[in-house]
Design a binder for this molecule. Structure first.
Ligand SMILES: [Zn+2]
Length: 73
């Protein structure tokens, strides 16, 4: 079993809580944890997409900031 949030291995012996990020899970409910330490394909796409948008937004803001500085006095 692996954490759905951080993919850390989960042990049922301890409290039903991720030892890494403290996310709660239910050993009797497969939907609350992962069988394998991999995110689902959809989640990977969302993460890549989100990272790309954040990167573009950051680059745009930096470019905008520099343009404002150069066009100033
Ligand atoms: Zn976790």
């Amino acid at each position: 079993m692996y954490c759905k949030r951080c993919y850390a291995p989960l042990t049922v012996a301890e409290a039903p809580r991720c030892p890494n990020c403290q996310r709660l899970f239910d050993p009797t409910k497969p939907k609350t944890f992962l069988q394998r330490p991999f995110p689902s394909a959809g989640k990977i796409v969302i993460q890549i997409f989100g990272t790309t948008i954040v990167g573009i937004a950051a680059a745009y803001l930096v470019a905008l900031h520099q343009a404002v500085r150069h066009s100033g006095h």
